[in-house]
Design a protein around this ligand. Structure first.
Ligand code: AMP
Length: 398
């Protein structure tokens, strides 16, 4: 995949109408209030630049999974309000997306002004990448700017389809994402260490394999998916999370890695619990020796020590996925320790995925890591070397 794409600074945007796809897919609480606005803040540099250049901006995003139907609980109204506060200007919301209201608002938009389309996934044509719908979206603007890295792995109308009708470039966020991650994949400094955790081994196995065989010196596996590896090695995992369908695939990966000079590491010890609850009875046991009636919930102190040493020595670190059931305070220790080690590592550190990014943010380490990716799934696909439709559709840099 070509990581070198034109951005907003490579074309003349002044006086132009810009269709700017952002990722404002923010978490909302039961009252419909935004609980974390990092995704909105991440979009501000591109928005501010375009406004300074006297472009008129038609902002577009999805929020949640309304499945092609209008759902007031997933309205972008709170986002419009938050943008208004950040930008200190009106951000009117066009509720009908490609209807007469949106078109009239877009037509009347003056240079230096901004408007927001309602949740684009209220329209079923969005996720189908319907060409007629993409054309309607494109008809409101002169230029397409994609700055939604979080949805760049999706070929939807507003992430890729519009590029068939408009000159297409990236915003600063996507430029930064592909710049840093592209460099890490093209010419990483070694030791290159990947830390992969979380629950879903099926989603991450292809990445683990590619990193081990083509890029990394170490892949440190942790979290719920490590128990599938332990079982595949013949260990006892009690009632821990396990994806039995993947056992054959993970078996033998260690040897394959060693044959090409890299190392797949599994936790040495685990904090196990007799129930999936914060107040469960717990103990620390060696990996592969988890008794029946207990499940692995976090990595243990020996693992923390061993992994920390490797991470702190690394020149390139990629981390995706928590080390344990970190939502429960008694099982957040491992994730905290990994976040700390990543923040203290000497080289480039890239954190992807909502959970790991939140851990780094909550611990106040955001400034100590090189890059927190705004896209979990997108960053995993990017690191696997897969072509992301929302990036492939952009003009190549000369
Ligand atoms: P993923 O979406 O694959 O990145 O997984 C994230 C989820 O993995 C989080 O909600 C964690 O609670 C969960 N998780 C991490 N470690 C474990 C574990 N040992 N057992 C069960 N779930 C886990």
């Amino acid at each position: 995949m070509n990581y070198h794409k034109k951005s907003v600074t490579d074309i003349d945007v002044s006086g132009k109408k810009v269709f700017l796809r952002c990722d404002f897919n923010v978490p909302l609480n039961d009252q419909g209030e935004i609980t974390n606005d990092i995704r909105i803040r991440s979009a501000l540099p591109t928005i501010r630049y375009l406004l300074e250049q006297k472009a008129a901006i038609i902002l577009c995003s999805h929020l949640g999974r309304p499945k092609g139907k209008v759902n007031p609980a997933m309205s972008l109204k709170p986002v419009a309000q938050r943008l208004k506060e950040f930008l200190n200007m009106e951000v009117p919301l066009a509720e009908d997306i490609i209807g007469p209201q949106a078109k009239a608002m877009a037509a009347a938009l003056e240079p230096g002004q901004v408007m927001l389309l309602e949740n684009i996934r209220f329209c079923p044509e969005e996720e189908k990448n319907d060409p007629a719908f993409a054309k309607e979206l494109a008809s409101m603007a002169d230029i397409f700017v994609n700055d939604a890295f979080g949805t760049a792995h999706r070929a939807h109308a507003s992430t890729a389809g519009v590029a068939d009708y408009l000159p297409a470039v990236c915003g600063f966020l996507i430029k930064k994402e592909i710049g840093i991650m592209g460099r890490a994949m093209e010419s990483p400094e070694h030791p290159f260490v990947a830390i992969l955790g979380g629950a879903k081994v099926d989603e991450k196995l292809a990445l683990i394999e590619r990193l081990l065989l083509e890029h990394c010196d170490y892949v440190l596996v942790l979290g719920g998916m490590s128990y599938t590896f332990m079982k595949a090695e013949g260990g006892t995992i009690g009632d821990s999370l396990c994806n039995d369908a993947m056992l054959d695939e993970v078996r033998g990966l260690k040897e394959k890695a060693e044959a090409c000079g890299s190392k797949l590491m599994l936790p040495l010890d685990n904090i196990v619990a007799d129930r999936f609850a914060n107040d469960a009875n717990i103990m620390c046991v060696q990996s592969g020796h988890i008794p029946d009636g207990f499940m692995g919930m976090d990595i243990g102190p020996k693992t923390i020590e061993a992994y920390t040493k490797i991470i702190e020595e690394a020149r390139t670190v990629v981390w995706n996925g928590p080390a344990g059931v970190f939502e429960m305070p008694n099982f957040a220790n491992g994730t905290r320790a990994i976040a700390t080690a990543v923040a203290h590592s000497k080289g480039i550190s890239i954190v992807g995925g909502g959970d790991s990014a939140a851990a780094v943010d909550q611990l106040g380490f955001s400034r100590q890591v090189t890059h927190i990716s705004t896209g979990g799934g997108a960053s995993l696909e990017f690191l696997q070397g897969l072509e992301l439709p929302g990036i492939a559709c952009l003009q190549d840099a000369e």
